[in-house]
Design a protein around this ligand. Structure first.
Ligand code: ADP
Ligand code: MG
Ligand code: MG
Length: 859
């Protein structure tokens, strides 16, 4: 056994870290007895050594040679032999699949003499192999642009032995001109260089970008698979193909894929040839179809997931070249998981663990409003490769795309076909349309994984140049607007209206299953009845945060509110507040009505008051007219309220301390609303929590609690009711965490506002962080954006202390988190771990959070 090499016979699917996904699965299939060409895998750790040394060690080279000799014995073919040549494919494959990101070299082992010998039997095949090899080797190993090879190839109208010989010569001259060296005739030289360049491709720009976009950071390199070639281009009974065990767009159970006769694999993936649907195999070669069908579903059962399989037929014999979990659209992902569960292939636990949070949110993608579709002008069609709808300006390349996006425009990327170099543009565009390619072309595969609409193979498109395209009858310039539906494959003129789509039925089915296994409870943040309805639709267990300030931004109310702020005396303020009272009461009533009897937590007014005052001269003038305060006085007042550090200024409970009448008005409004709601629904069990924001000291809390309790008691005795309202504290300051035991004693619950707590603990203003956070990310300072994923070392430690201290006083005290972190998977797991009872997040993130919560229960 070598330290850096494992043969396909020795490996298995659990060894991904060492062998990469492709290598581990080739080994697994080999051991299942499936037809896989002989080969071995050089470990990922060898790639990290290569990154360090920039060359293969002699020991490794020797080892490679030994393993080649084993293959030679087993296949009865020899590398470099004229009479019986062994040809190899050199394939990359990291632990996490990065389709098409790194390089593959086919037909290695051929040279002048071998091509000449092979040509005696079949010149077309032999010389086609050779020209393919020079091209791939020249491109991948020596970096000669593919277009230069294509240009030579395309200059021939017919491909026959003569033209192939000329092409080979021209390729060699190109190679010589570009590299200043003659094309080597030594297969071992080719082999080592090919392995090195596959290892080097780990660091190429598009692979690095792919890892960045997909947040793949913890793996060290790619494995390299060295495998015997099988030839899909040897005769008319040969083909290459790709197929999925389920439809990756819809999730439907069917063999879905494509086959290309007399071709090699790269022809299909590049999207340059349009292949036939896999079903065409049924009539042409029924036994082969039967065999493929059988193997595909065996593999699916074995891996318990939808498989994406690459195969080659060489003279009527089927070989499997790859299997992996197939990329799929979010809708398809949900359907597939649900179906696998129904078919008994996966258990409920596997269903929950296998469902991805991204797919849950992705399944709620946008479609066009049906009325606008009926009025729209269809200009073209193509294959519906990835569902969803998009509207944007036409861009033809990366530069144009990035330019529009930077200026705030949406883009639809229009191309002949896409290649891995287009990843960045594809990532930034809203949708992608290609003139060529099939359902498994690069564009199709990548967009499905991105959950982004895509249309491929549209014959209605003629790209004239990088500024102009004809779609159907009309010519469009770069920057013109079009709309596209990847769901139907239709392209429309101009801008259609987008709207959120109905969720697939599997969405609820999976979440209902997950719901029962929730560990940490999922509540929602909601400010309006509409938010509450969304939250309840997604099965939130209550409303964890109602921010009351949003109620004041309405045009009419803001006037009343401004008058209140501008009042110089407590009496005047009271008059303004009295006018606000019924308005707020009505707001709360509508919230309670929408919410029913679930727990609802209302936070008292939080932001600094100056946020409510105007700053444009026009708005100041208008307020001056309405409030009968002179512009000069008004400006003075506004200035008086301005703060240098408003986030650390006169806000939160500090407002309640200085203007208790504001919090009293809010309390009364809640009581009025509660009574009205209760009178209308006497059987309902109200579950209202009131929350004091930004508490830093116990005294603040005691004073405000007393004020509020008094108001409640008076109201309740006057109306002969009891609402059992709870009063709690929002902890958002480091100091409050450290005195959480004292706070707990005077609180009925604690909710951690982790946005402010992060801001106050790190000293990062959450509104200004963008000026430096990217640099921090690049330099590896703070692994994640701390406002997105909780900073466990700092903020997390404070939370732990707070939970411990609070529970030491009241072991049963309800505690949870409201804030953006409540919707983040990693953060939710942390919160559950330290003993929080709930998280509250924005309504659209509730389904995600429920899934995460259920997963915790199963793990
Ligand atoms: P990728 O990771 O980009 O899919 P692969 O290593 O799978 O790259 O290679 C791309 C294509 O090359 C495969 O789909 C297959 O058709 C062809 N190929 C790879 N290895 C072999 C082989 N041993 N024999 C024949 N074709 C091969
Ligand atoms: Mg592949
Ligand atoms: Mg806050």
């Amino acid at each position: 056994m070598s330290t850096f090499i494992t043969t396909f016979k020795e490996g298995n699917k659990e060894m991904k870290q060492q062998l990469g996904g492709k290598g581990a699965n080739l080994a697994e299939m080999t051991n299942l007895g499936y037809p896989v060409p002989n080969g071995f895998t050089i470990h990922t750790s060898a790639c990290s050594l290569y990154q360090r040394d920039q060359k293969l060690s002699d020991t490794l080279k020797n080892d490679i040679k030994k393993h080649i000799q084993t293959i030679e014995r087993e296949t009865n073919k020899n590398l470099g032999s004229k009479s019986n040549p062994l040809l190899l494919s050199i394939r990359s494959g990291a632990e996490i699949s990065m389709p098409g990101m790194m390089d593959t070299i086919l037909n290695l082992g051929i040279n002048d003499e071998i091509a000449y010998e092979l040509a005696k039997k079949d010149p077309l095949f032999a010389y086609d192999l050779y020209r393919r090899f020079i091209q791939m080797y020249g491109n991948v190993v020596k970096g000669i642009p593919m277009e230069k090879f294509d240009k030579i190839y395309d200059s021939f109208d017919t491909i026959n032995t003569d033209s192939l010989l000329t092409i080979i010569n021209d390729y060699k001259s190109l190679y010589q001109a570009e590299t200043k060296e003659t094309f080597s005739q030594n297969p071992y030289h080719h082999l080592y260089e090919a392995i090195e360049s596959v290892m080097a491709s780990w660091g190429n720009e598009r692979a690095v970008y792919y890892r960045d976009v997909n947040n793949i950071h913890n793996i060290k390199g790619t494995a390299v698979n060295v495998q015997t070639m099988v030839f899909g281009n040897v005769d008319e009974h040969s083909a290459t193909g790709v197929c999925f065990s389920r439809n990756p767009s819809t999730g439907k159970k069917e063999l879905f894929g494509e086959i290309l006769w007399q071709a090699q694999g790269e022809d299909i993936v590049a999207g340059t040839h349009t292949p036939l649907p896999i079903q065409s195999l049924i009539s042409k070669k029924p036994e082969l179809y039967e065999q493929l069908h059988h193997l595909v579903y065996e593999l699916e059962k074995h891996y318990k997931d939808m498989q994406d399989i690459e195969f080659t037929i060489e003279s009527n014999r089927l070989y499997l070249l790859q299997t992996r979990s197939g990329k799929r659209t979010p809708q398809a992902a949900l359907k597939i998981n649900r179906d696998l569960f129904d078919e008994g292939i996966i258990s409920k636990k596997e269903l929950i663990l296998q469902t991805n949070e991204h797919d849950i949110s992705g399944a709620l993608h946008a479609e066009f409003n049906i009325d606008t579709v009926n009025l729209a002008t269809e200009i073209g069609h193509g294959m519906n490769a990835s569902p969803g709808a998009a509207v944007g300006r036409i861009a033809f390349n990366k530069e144009q795309t990035l330019d529009y996006v930077e200026n705030g425009y949406n883009v639809i990327l229009v191309r002949h076909e896409t290649s891995p170099d287009d990843i960045q543009a594809m990532d930034q565009a809203q949708g992608i349309i290609t003139a060529q390619g099939g359902m498994t072309s690069h564009a199709a595969v990548v967009t499905r994984a991105m959950g982004k609409p895509c249309i491929v193979g549209s014959n209605d498109i003629k790209i004239n140049n990088q500024n102009e395209v004809i779609i159907g009858q009309k010519t469009y310039q770069k920057g013109d607007y079009i709309s596209m539906s990847g769901t139907t494959g239709t392209i429309y003129d101009g801008k259609l209206v987008l709207e959120t789509q109905q969720k697939p039925k599997e969405f609820d089915q999976i979440l209902n299953l997950g719901n029962k296994h929730q560990t940490i409870k999922i509540l929602a943040n909601a400010d309006t009845p509409k938010d509450i309805k969304t939250a309840l639709l997604y099965d939130a267990k209550g409303i964890g945060l109602v921010r009351t300030e949003h109620m004041f931004f309405d045009e009419e109310r803001i006037r009343l509110f401004q008058q209140m702020i501008l009042s110089q005396t407590s009496e005047k303020r009271k008059i303004a507040l009295d006018k606000l009272l019924p308005v707020q009461a009505e707001d709360f009533y509508n919230l309670f009505k929408a919410n029913g009897s679930l727990p609802i937590t209302v936070r008292y007014l939080d932001p600094p008051l100056h946020e409510f005052l105007p700053n444009s001269p026009h708005a100041i003038k208008s307020l001056s007219d309405d409030s009968k305060i002179s512009v000069v006085d008004l400006k003075k007042q506004i200035q008086r309220l301005q703060e240098v550090n408003p986030m650390m200024g006169h806000r939160g409970i500090r407002l309640g301390i200085t203007y208790p009448e504001i919090y009293t008005m809010q309390t009364t409004a809640i009581l009025i609303a509660a009574l009205k709601h209760y009178n209308e629904n006497p059987t309902i069990q109200l579950n209202i929590n009131l929350m004091l924001p930004l508490v830093s000291d116990l005294k603040e809390l005691i004073i405000m609690r007393e004020t509020i309790s008094k108001t409640i008691k008076n109201y309740e005795s006057k109306h002969q009711v009891s609402f059992n309202i709870k009063i709690g504290t929002m902890i958002e300051l480091p100091r409050a965490c450290l005195i959480a035991d004292e706070i707990a004693e005077h609180s009925d619950f604690i909710s951690f506002g982790t946005n402010d707590l992060t801001q106050m603990t790190l000293g990062f203003s959450r509104d200004d962080i963008h000026s430096f956070i990217d640099d921090y990310g690049q330099k590896g300072i703070y692994k994640n954006d701390p406002f997105k994923t909780i900073d466990t070392d700092g903020v997390g430690e404070l939370l732990k202390i707070a939970v411990q201290k609070a529970r030491s006083i009241k072991p049963q005290l309800p505690m949870g988190v409201c804030g953006e972190h409540g919707g983040d998977r990693t953060s939710i797991i942390f919160f559950e771990n330290i003993g929080m009872d709930y998280v509250s997040c924005s309504p659209y993130r509730v389904p995600n959070a429920i899934l995460t919560s259920a997963k915790i229960g199963f793990q």
